[in-house]
Structure formats: structure tokens, C-alpha cells
Write a protein that binds this ligand. Structure first.
Ligand code: C5P
Length: 223
């Protein structure tokens, strides 16, 4: 059987948004559909990889023959990824993790009373940053969804989180980012090289990302 070019590679992918509770009936989230991360998981499987997917709450079909782990909050996702990362060769973080959560989650539904309501938010753990600090020879790939100064913002995330490459997209562009089936991205390598890709389906983007990640994986193993 043809196992594909990723036949001996284990890959861990995060996808989707996280959901941070306010009270039993309300939460804070974002527009992530999970499509980009799911496309990566599906394409990696097709290329023969052993795939684990840690997914936030999304409405898309689970890819076949992929180990799927559900996480609701950033804390859940942090815990799951920290349990799974050691056995991965390539880690791709496509999840749009909420930056903040409520400092206090009410046990009962918050009632409408005063004209103003203040929610105090506290920072969530940064999953990519925590893995970046202990990744060893694993290849770490992140995403940066930006509305301005894309390259500067993406490059600073790449170095701060010790990533090997980052996929930057301008979410204000038509046909890019959240909930679309297409994406317009640039891949920034830790060498500083920037590869600007044209508009393409998220599956084709996934293949491009995996091409670079596999090349980096092979380079690390042979050096
Ligand atoms: O800093 P920013 O959220 O834009 O960074 C985006 C990258 O970091 C993505 O790869 C995302 O999955 C990851 N991230 C994370 N944990 C967070 C925030 C972001 O893993 N709390």
C-alpha cells in the first residue's frame, strides 16, 4: 500500500474557536469555523500521517480516521494539547483560542437590571507559547489572523512563540479567513522567507502548509 509522503509522521492539529462561559446560558467566542484546521487534518490523513485533532465547538463533519478530542474552553484545549504534544512530530495550531475568559463565571443566569454590566476578563493560557518553549525537535506551525500590519504582527508571534513557521492571513480580504472555503495566506518561515500564496481552497492551502512542515521535519531529522 502507498502510505503517502507523511506515512511515518505523527501530527497534532488544533482547530476551531474556544467558548468561554459567562453564566450557564451565555458565552464569549469568535468567528472561527474550524474549516482551516479540519482541512489540514483531512489532507494530512490523506498523505498517510497519523493525525490527532483537538477541536473547539464547530459545526463541520469529523474527518475520517482521525483521532478527535473535543475541547470547549482554552483551558480544556491547553490541557489536551499538553497531554498529546509529546508524541507528535508536527504540531499545527489553527485554533482561534479566546485570549480572555471571565474571571468569575456565575452559577445562575445573570439578570437584566442596571443599565451597565461589567464583566472582568482574565488572560487565557497561550497554548502555542507553552509548546514553543518545550517543543524540542518538533515542528511548530502557528496561524496569525490579522486586520493590519500582517507581516510585522505575524513575524513577532513567530519569534515570541518559538514557531518554525506561521501562516498569516488578512481576515479583512474577500475570500479569506473565517468561515470561507477559500483562504489567501502567506507562509512565513523562521528563516524570514515569505511565501505569498494566491487565493485557493483551504485544502490546497493545507497541502502547501504541510509541504513546508514536512520539509522542515525532514531537515531537522537529517541534521
Ligand atoms: O497571538 P495570537 O492569538 O494571534 O496567536 C495566534 C496563534 O497562537 C495561533 O496559532 C493560535 O492557535 C495560537 N494561540 C494559542 N493559544 C492562545 C492564543 C493563540 O495556541 N491562547
Amino acid at each position: 500500500i502507498n502510505k503517502g509522503d507523511m506515512g511515518n509522521i505523527k501530527i497534532l492539529v488544533t482547530a476551531g474557536p474556544t467558548r468561554e462561559a459567562i453564566d450557564p446560558v451565555r458565552y464569549i467566542t469568535n468567528h472561527s469555523s474550524g474549516k482551516m484546521g479540519y482541512a489540514i487534518a483531512k489532507v494530512a490523513k490523506k498523505r498517510g500521517a497519523c493525525v490527532s485533532l483537538v477541536t473547539g465547538p464547530v459545526n463541520i463533519e469529523r474527518p475520517e480516521n482521525v483521532n478527535v478530542f473535543e475541547a470547549t474552553t482554552a483551558d480544556d484545549m491547553f490541557q489536551k494539547v499538553n497531554e498529546l504534544y509529546e508524541s507528535a512530530d508536527i504540531i499545527i495550531m489553527a485554533a482561534a483560542v479566546a485570549d480572555y475568559k471571565c474571571s468569575f463565571v456565575s452559577n445562575s443566569k445573570i439578570k437584566k437590571s442596571s443599565n451597565e454590566l461589567t464583566l472582568t476578563l482574565v488572560k487565557n493560557p497561550d497554548i502555542a507559547y507553552s509548546i514553543g518553549g518545550k517543543k524540542g525537535d518538533r515542528v511548530l506551525v502557528g496561524f496569525a489572523a490579522e486586520t493590519n500590519d500582517i507581516y510585522d504582527n505575524a513575524k513577532s508571534k513567530l519569534s515570541k512563540k518559538n514557531m518554525d513557521m506561521i501562516v498569516a492571513n488578512d481576515v479583512t480580504m474577500e475570500g479569506a479567513g473565517f468561515n470561507h472555503d477559500t483562504n489567501i495566506v502567506s507562509i512565513i518561515l523562521n528563516s524570514g522567507e515569505i511565501i505569498k500564496l494566491p487565493i485557493m481552497t483551504k485544502e490546497k492551502v493545507a497541502n502547501e502548509i504541510l509541504n513546508y512542515a514536512v520539509r522542515m521535519y525532514n531537515d531537522k531529522r537529517s541534521s
